[in-house]
Design a protein. Structure first.
Ligand SMILES: Nc1ncnc2c1ncn2[C@@H]1O[C@H](COP(=O)(O)OP(=O)(O)OP(=O)(O)O)[C@@H](O)[C@H]1O
Length: 688
């Protein structure tokens, strides 16, 4: 009798798990052996990491299978599982391997040599069911693995994003595997899987390009809450060479300590600050004047024109000083040698006078010519090359010389430089007077828009390199170092970035291997951009490519149908993305008086929690109402403003006072965000 598909896949899973267990035992053995040697610390950490990754990948070890027209069968999973040598066909193919691509892109119209795609649903070591999709010209759909996809989308939300490797769609896969040599901007409406794509792209790039994994990837998200929401995805994909941050937390040791007005935030976000700060830091560079240094009790006055000319161009303030210092060492060595030669020469002259006097006296008695010439060479005073080298080394190592250079060319602190500039409206000549006065009147402490300015100043001044710690992973080192150059940067909710924040991104990846995902229609930040071209022009010019995601996976069609008028009022010319599914639950609306609002919200939330037991509920409201609503709602239900809700989702969302949200700055965009957070049910409470 033919085994059923489930039995067949169960057998395969058993074999793959057995092989994984064997690999784990081998790694444990290697860790045991290597741990005996202190010098093997880095290797041991690497092996432990690998061990952890394999253990994590055991859930979902296989999730798919491709049967090719030529009879070749391939299983696809979270990580590759090898059976024999490197060249042999692996038992399980890593989802990121080129041969696995057809799993995400083959369609009946373009079967790519495949006869069938099978989704295998497992729980731990058990195969639950399989879902087969013939690719031989059967049913026409633009979805890949529709059954498995809809099952995944219909599941209750846990409050943590999960991986989607089993059900990635073709348009998503195209972006995940796109060329990474320049900036790629991905536009997609709410719920189109932008975050999914961004994170799976990170995993793909780290797997495919060793240079990117050696330099780590930076993931920038809009808030700490959002980073927490996505925190499980990359480790689940087996990736650790990743640093995640918000633009506010990118500078080690710097904390945003105050709010600011939208007006000031907009002013400080403008790209013109880059050249203004550049000019300001250049004005702090030393100008040509003599430098006096003491060496072995003697004073030397050195001209600095040439050394300045050789060190300043193209270098940061502190890096230029380092080059200048080397020139000073050379200049001082030359000066010491010259002075010594001059002294010796005058001594020699005096000595020769004495000798010639003596010679004259002795000559009267006998001829002593050759002996006199020998004495003259002994006192000539010229230093050999080795002696000059040794003198230069002593000068370079001298704290006294270093102090003299530092006094002449002082170290600067980025915070102090920026603070002094911002406090003085008369120096902000690149802004209209009214705006300069507004900026100068800001209280002390750093606000969000100061961070990119601080980063720019720190970059212009130049950092001190951070030393590598024994056995340290690349991500830990990158996190400690402000000026770390990443192999790739991913920006989520990229529509929010100001021009100065974009500069901060480019500084972290000058090669511009950058993927930015966002929805220009959800922009809420204080900048005025309404198109990607405007948003990135000051950083990339026209050198960037665009991609688009068009299908909404999160929000059901019943809810998406409500969003078109809101999007229009937001001034967008785009149409909302097409919802892939319907939840069968009609959105509803209740009208209440303002004084009854907290109670109405509390009751509505409780009803939703009951209806979506085991899932999640969230409330989105105008910022001014959050305090009273947070006090009224159950503690496990977040009450957030529209900007705070960005990127998040719940099974049911309650939007409170939508008119109040629309009245906030960029409020229609905010309302568009608020309305698109649910995966199943949307309720609105309107003020009567
Ligand atoms: N291919 C997929 N398979 C399974 N689930 C998916 C897929 N693509 C997206 N999803 C799910 O759809 C939801 C929305 O995805 P995601 O948060 O990435 O969208 P987004 O475009 O970033 O949304 P927003 O603009 O609101 O931030 C998530 O629950 C995600 O897991």
């Amino acid at each position: 009798m033919q085994p059923t598909a489930v039995t067949e896949e169960q057998r395969f899973l058993d074999a793959a798990l057995a092989r994984q267990a064997q690999i784990l035992r081998q790694i444990e053995q290697e860790i045991g052996d290597a741990a005996q040697e202190r010098t093997e610390a880095v290797r041991v950490r690497g092996l432990q990491q690998r061990h952890k990754e394999i253990l994590r990948a055991q859930d979902g070890l296989i999730f798919g299978r491709l049967d090719a027209l030529d009879g070749v069968v391939r299983h696809i999973g979270r990580l590759g599982v090898r059976e024999g040598d490197e060249d042999a066909e692996p038992l399980v193919l890593d989802w990121r391997a080129p041969a696995a691509r057809a799993f995400y892109t083959a369609t009946p119209v373009d079967p790519q040599g495949q006869a069938r795609r099978r989704h295998v649903r497992t729980s731990g070591a058990t195969v639950l069911d399989v879902n087969d999709e013939p690719l031989d010209g059967g049913a026409q759909t633009d979805l890949v693995g529709e059954g498995a996809l809809l099952a995944a989308l219909g599941q209750r939300r846990t409050g943590q994003m999960s991986t989607a490797i089993a059900t990635l769609q073709r348009e998503q896969d195209d972006i995940i595997r796109a060329d990474a040599s320049g900036p790629l901007i991905v536009q997609g409406g709410p719920g189109t899987g932008k975050t999914v794509v961004a994170l799976h792209r990170v995993a793909y790039l780290l797997f495919t390009y060793s240079q990117i994994s050696e330099q780590a990837v930076l993931v920038l998200g809009p808030s700490a809450r959002f980073l927490d929401y996505i925190a499980q995805v990359l480790p689940a994909l087996g990736e650790t060479a990743v640093v995640s941050a918000t633009c506010d937390t990118l500078l080690p040791g710097v904390v945003v300590g105050r709010e600011e007005s939208r007006r000031v935030s907009e002013i400080k976000g403008r790209g013109l600050w880059q050249s203004a700060l550049q000019a300001h830091v250049a004005s702090l560079q030393p100008v040509e004047r003599d430098l006096t240094v003491r060496w072995e009790g003697e004073e030397y006055t050195l001209g600095t024109a040439q050394a300045l000319r050789a060190s300043l161009p193209g270098r940061s303030y502190h890096a230029a000083r380092a080059v200048f210092t080397e020139h000073v060492h050379r200049l001082l060595t030359d000066a010491v040698v010259h002075r010594r030669e001059a002294i010796m020469a005058s001594m020699e002259d005096g000595f020769e006078d004495i000798l010639s006097g003596l010679d004259r006296k002795k000559g009267a008695e006998q001829d002593v010519g050759p002996a006199t010439r020998a004495s003259s060479q002994d006192v000539d005073g010229t230093l050999s090359e080795d002696e000059v080298e040794e003198l230069r080394d002593r000068i370079s190592a001298s704290p006294q010389v270093t102090d003299a250079v530092v006094q002449w060319w002082p170290s600067l602190d980025a915070g102090e430089v920026l603070r002094e500039l911002l406090e003085d409206a008369s120096r902000l000549t690149f802004l209209p007077a009214g705006e300069a006065a507004l900026v100068a009147a800001e209280p002390s402490g750093w606000a969000s828009s100061d961070i990119p300015l601080l980063d720019a100043v720190a970059d212009l001044l130049g950092d001190v390199a951070v030393e590598r710690l024994q056995g340290e992973f690349v991500a830990d080192r990158a996190r400690r170092q402000r000026g770390w150059i990443y192999g790739h940067v991913v920006v989520d909710e990229a529509q929010e970035l100001s021009e100065m924040q974009w500069q901060m991104v480019v500084r972290r990846c000058p090669a511009r291997s950058i993927t930015a995902v966002g929805d220009i229609d959800q922009a809420e930040a204080s900048h005025q951009h309404t198109s990607w071209a405007q948003a990135v022009e000051s950083s990339f010019g026209e050198r960037w490519s665009a991609a688009e995601l068009t299908i909404c996976y999160r929000t059901p069609s019943e809810v998406m149908d409500l969003t078109a008028p809101v999007l229009q009022k937001a001034g967008s010319h785009n149409t909302p993305p097409r919802a892939v599914r319907s939840s069968g639950v009609a959105p509803w609306q209740k009208t209440v008086d303002a004084q009854d609002l907290p109670t109405a919200v509390k009751n509505a939330v409780q009803e939703l929690q009951h209806r979506w037991a085991g899932g999640t509920v969230g409330v989105v409201a105008p910022a001014a109402r959050l305090a009273e609503l947070t006090a009224a709602a159950p503690t496990d239900v977040p009450c957030l403003s529209a900007p705070q809700a960005k990127g998040l989702e719940w099974d049911a969302a309650l939007v409170v006072d939508p008119d109040g949200i629309a009245a906030e700055p960029r409020g229609w965009n905010g309302l568009y965000v608020a309305l698109t957070r649910c995966t199943q049910e949307l309720g609105q409470i309107v003020l009567g």
